[in-house]
Design a protein around this ligand. Structure first.
Ligand code: SF4
Length: 269
């Protein structure tokens, strides 16, 4: 798949996500192929006819544009900037384009607080920059610790074992780390295995329940049907069952205390 080079009109954008003030998405589209991707709603704003996951635009002017946007501000940006909300900042194309890296260089110049969320171990390439921020947190999102299981649901992202190794390396380098268990899939994700696998690799953890009301159910259903057919009957109902999530949330609180982690929140839909 080719990458389209485009010129963005704006790169530092106000965010509507609760708790997130600004976002930067260096790319439009995402090629990690997660079947549950919530960002696929974005396709209708991109002008692409191809399905979500089959196109990628690189905003090649992003670092220069960001510099201009920050220079034009009357006061320095003290709120956290989140990378990224509707793409992954460390897609394979980032190896060539280095847009995220150059964006980080600009943000570092202004010591803008940042939070990164990715599913790629490529984030390790930028440890040298990440360590220099006064306020920086780096998260890897995952739904399972099981590499084989993940490759069904997230076929082109780094394997969970690679993500956990990346978190450990970041933490050992002095970077504040978090895991975002998202989406948590009932009967597929295993909260105990996730906490155990992440032991020593993170400072903070957040959990997001699978949202089956979003446009992603068809993708999840297809993988369940193909690979885990026994789980399918009643699955959608279970994912909407408040009692199920109440119990999981309780278990999460217990585990967070046992592992002495900071709790980012339990996000339900
Ligand atoms: S990494 Fe994020 S944006 Fe990319 S496909 Fe997966 S869920 Fe969607």
């Amino acid at each position: 798949m080719g990458v389209n080079e485009i010129l963005a009109r704006s790169i530092l954008q106000k965010s509507g996500i609760p708790g997130v003030s600004f976002v930067i998405n260096p790319y439009t589209g995402c090629v990690h192929g997660c079947v549950y991707c919530y960002a696929r709603f974005m396709k209708r704003f991109t002008g692409h006819a191809e399905p979500w996951g089959a196109f990628l635009d690189a905003k090649v002017n992003a670092p220069d544009l960001l510099k201009r946007q920050l220079e034009n501000r009357k006061t320095p940006l003290t709120e956290e900037v989140f990378l990224s909300s509707v793409t992954d900042p460390y897609l394979p194309a980032e190896k060539q384009y280095q847009l995220t890296r150059r964006i980080l260089e600009v943000l570092l110049e202004y010591q803008t607080p940042i939070s990164i969320l990715t599913k790629s171990e490529l984030v390790l390439r930028d440890i040298d920059l990440l360590r220099q921020f006064k306020r920086c947190s780096v998260g890897l999102s995952m739904m399972t610790t099981d590499d084989a299981m993940a490759s069904r649901f997230e076929p082109y992202a780094s394997l969970p074992s690679q993500r956990i190794r990346a978190l450990k390396t970041l933490k050992e380098s002095g970077v504040y780390t978090y895991a975002f268990l998202s989406p948590y899939l009932p009967r597929v994700s295993n909260i105990e295995h996730l906490f155990e696998g992440l032991q020593g690799a993170i400072d903070e953890i957040g959990i997001e329940a699978l949202n089956v009301r979003a446009c992603n159910w068809a993708g999840v259903e297809k993988i369940l049907k193909e690979h885990f057919p026994k789980l399918l009957p009643g699955y959608k109902q279970l994912a909407r069952d408040d009692l199920y999530w109440d119990q999981l949330e309780q278990q999460a609180h217990y585990l967070i205390e046992s592992y002495r982690l900071t709790f980012m929140g339990f996000f339900r839909h």
